[in-house]
Design a protein around this ligand. Structure first.
Ligand SMILES: Cc1ncc(COP(=O)(O)O)c(C=O)c1O
Length: 369
């Protein structure tokens, strides 16, 4: 076990597991697991409400976590909103484009498509993101099916005055982000896909006072009478109810971990992409596209259902992959294919895992032909 894998207790529990479902969620390193325990053992109390010292400490941890998250993406803490997951963040953003004409792409996840269908007056899904010309744009930064990055700067340059909502869920786990350099209105992502806990999502809002919450309730108001309420003039207006306090803290610890291992991740991504492209030719097993920017590979085999592929990889080879439409059914339809098998790599994977995957896929193909 290399030094990075040894930080992840799950690989001690399952030493033979080759985990390649990282685009769905990643495993958690020990410091992140310990952060959750540390919070509950030492600081547990509700925030922003109590005047006793335990609550003040919990509030301090929560707000310092917000500062850490802000630093991670080049934002100001006042622009960071903690929600349940990226999906909730995207719903919040897109609900503020209610009754407008939205242009998006065919590469989107259902977590953007469904709120677009629900809230827009009308919508169009462009095939080429760089052809978008609109005042209201919703766009992913990196596709969870093709592994391809969309250059958001080009989209902004083409649409200088547009409201732009970006789904950064797959981009943030792999690349540095500086929102001071890219001008977008909303940017959503999920810590659980970058070594952090589930139960929390992050939404960056460039101008937090311009929009309305998606969920209403305690902690969001400055005044409530029998007839009216007045929302707070800060980002707390979006955080109704008890927020994910321990999860915010554990997310900040995940960001520390990721920063400390950033070079390893970048090198690994490059090496896996390079080696994968060589192995695809050697094994004559090809993913649906060959121009990935991160190691997310979706495969489609004639006459073999992807669920069968995933099941054999699991039972015969201890390889965990995902199969299905990956919440991007319109994209699969556009590509003229059915469901696919997706292998996605992250920081604790290795070239050895890639070799084992290719060998296993060869066995599956042999078995069915
Ligand atoms: C591109 C993309 N957007 C949004 C989501 C939704 O993320 P979450 O399930 O954390 O809300 C995912 C998760 O698979 C994703 O891959």
């Amino acid at each position: 076990m290399d030094t990075i894998s040894s930080d992840f207790p799950i690989f001690q529990r399952y030493p033979r597991l080759i985990y390649l479902d990282n685009a769905a969620t990643t495993q958690k390193p020990r410091p992140v697991i310990e952060a959750l325990r540390e919070f509950y053992e030492n600081y547990n109390s509700n925030i922003h409400r109590g005047v006793y010292s335990l609550s003040e400490q919990a509030t301090d941890i929560y707000e310092r976590s917000r500062e850490r998250v802000a630093r991670f993406i080049g934002a100001d803490p006042s622009q960071i909103v903690f929600v349940k997951n990226a999906t909730e963040g995207l719903n919040l953003a897109i609900s503020n484009m209610r009754s407008r004409e939205i242009v998006s792409t065919i590469y989107e996840h259902h977590s953007t498509l469904l709120p677009i269908y629900r809230y827009s007056k009308s919508y169009r899904l462009e095939r080429d993101p760089y052809r978008i010309r609109s005042s209201n744009i919703v766009i992913n930064h990196l596709s969870n099916v093709t592994g391809k990055v969309i250059d958001i700067q080009i989209v902004r340059d083409n649409n200088p005055d547009a409201v732009i909502v970006v789904d950064g869920t797959q981009y943030i786990p792999h690349f540095r982000m500086d929102l001071k350099k890219i001008d977008v209105d909303f940017y959503a992502f999920s810590p659980h896909k970058m070594l952090g806990p589930t139960g929390i999502g992050i939404l960056y809002i460039r101008d937090p006072m311009k929009y309305e919450p998606l969920i209403y309730g305690g902690g969001t108001v400055s005044n409530v009478t029998e007839r009216m309420y007045r929302l707070l003039d800060n980002n707390s207006r979006y955080e109704a109810g008890t927020p994910p306090i321990a999860e915010a803290y554990a997310s900040s610890v995940a960001m520390d971990y990721l920063e400390a291992h950033r070079e390893h991740l970048e090198r690994l991504d490059r090496e896996i992409l390079k080696e994968a492209n060589r192995l695809f030719d050697e094994y004559r097993i090809y993913p649906i596209n060959r121009d990935q920017d991160v190691p997310i590979f979706s495969f489609y085999f004639q006459r073999i259902h992807p669920h069968d592929v995933a099941e054999i990889l699991d039972t015969a080879h201890n390889i965990a992959v995902r199969s299905g439409y990956h919440c991007a059914q319109p994209l699969h339809e556009h590509l003229g294919i059915g469901p696919t098998t997706r292998a996605s790599f992250y920081i604790y994977n290795s070239i050895e895992h890639l070799n084992r995957l290719m060998e296993a896929l060869k066995n599956v193909v042999r078995k069915f032909t």
